[in-house]
Design a protein around this ligand. Structure first.
Ligand SMILES: [Zn+2]
Length: 114
């Protein structure tokens, strides 16, 4: 259960932020999740519900997941294309000189507190 570890990691970060800002209840948390990150959103949501319910700070907190599309850039021709569709091979020129531009994100974007 990789997602459960991720949830605990998020909760620890939130607790730290809440303490620093004197917040006692969090209403919602917005996460940015890259399309090719290793975290599965539906598992993450289930783990979140389970873990947040046990936590005074997060009891009523909603988890909002924003998906970020994976995009790869080709160094040979400069094309940018969908990573999920084409993988490492550039669909424009067939080059493998490509790198992931975005899509591995895993960030807490926004916290809404009372
Ligand atoms: Zn190319």
């Amino acid at each position: 259960m990789h997602e459960l570890g991720v949830v605990f990691h998020i909760i620890r970060s939130l607790e730290k932020v809440a303490k620093e800002n004197n917040v006692s209840k969090i209403n919602s948390v917005t996460l940015q999740l890259g399309e090719v990150s290793t975290v599965i959103p539906s598992y993450l949501s289930s783990c979140w519900k389970w873990a947040a319910a046990k936590n005074e700070l997060l009891k009523r907190a909603e988890l909002i997941i924003e998906k970020i599309d994976a995009v790869t850039r080709c160094d040979s021709c400069g094309a940018e294309y969908s990573t999920v569709e084409h993988g490492k091979l550039c669909p424009e020129c067939g080059s493998q000189e490509t790198w992931l531009l975005q899509g591995m994100e895993f960030l807490i974007k926004e916290i809404e507190a009372e």
